[in-house]
Design a protein around this ligand. Structure first.
Ligand code: IMP
Length: 205
């Protein structure tokens, strides 16, 4: 069968594709480009799951019969801000904000928040629309502390200031394998892979 990634975010594509390749499933992995590109989706739901499902359904409508759509909606939730920016993480600094502008704003807004109150988490909700219309959600989370200054060049988005609990390096100072082993996306992905293997949906043994 064929699996299509319902995102045009190159960082997400890189992380998801690497995890799928490492899992050795009997599936062909494609980006939405293979079916003409990711259709425009207004992310107007107030939950990660709601937006992820919207994206997966929009792509599933364009897929061949054996095509499975996999969408990722994710973001950072800051305890001192009661969970914000959450679903608005990609547009925290404005509608077309860059990752750098969003990060800059987070560092600024957390400026006066003391050590000990700088907790936060990344969440990743993966939505699947399988052939014949079955829908599934897989949710991953990782908790950490938000640093005052950037550290590291890997990853994307808020990674340079995210120090996972119990770790000494930010997710931007980790290799992609190290990040995947503990990250919100890695955790959600492992659940998805287990489901794929259990349902034998990938056509393997
Ligand atoms: P989405 O495309 O609406 O799901 O937006 C996700 C946003 O959350 C991204 O633009 C990033 O700013 C942030 N984000 C999600 N996952 C990660 C991650 O693994 N590291 C850093 N930032 C992330």
């Amino acid at each position: 069968m064929r699996l299509y990634l319902a995102t045009s975010n190159l960082h997400k594509i890189e992380e998801l594709a690497a995890m799928l390749a490492a899992a050795g499933l009997d599936v062909e992995v494609h980006t939405a480009e293979a079916v003409g590109g990711m259709p425009e989706v207004v992310e107007d739901q107030n939950t990660f799951s709601g937006n992820a499902l919207k994206k997966a359904r929009a792509l599933a409508a364009l897929l061949p019969e054996d095509g499975l759509a996999l969408a990722d909606d994710s973001g950072i939730c800051i305890e001192a801000f009661n969970g914000a920016p959450g679903v608005y993480s990609a547009r925290y600094a404005g509608e077309n904000a860059t990752d750098e502008e969003n990060l800059e704003k987070l560092i600024r807004e957390l400026g006066n928040v003391p050590n000990g109150k700088r907790g936060g988490s990344f969440e990743c909700h993966l939505a699947v629309v399988a052939p014949h219309g079955e829908e599934r959600l897989f949710i991953g989370e990782i908790f950490g502390t938000i640093l005052r200054e950037r550290r590291g060049e890997s990853g994307f988005g808020y990674d340079p200031v995210f120090l996972p609990l119990g770790k000494e390096r930010t997710t931007a100072e980790m290799t992609s394998e190290e990040k995947a082993a503990i990250s919100h996306r890695g955790n959600a992905m492992r659940q998805f892979l287990e489901w794929m293997r259990d349902t034998k949906i990938q056509g393997g043994a």
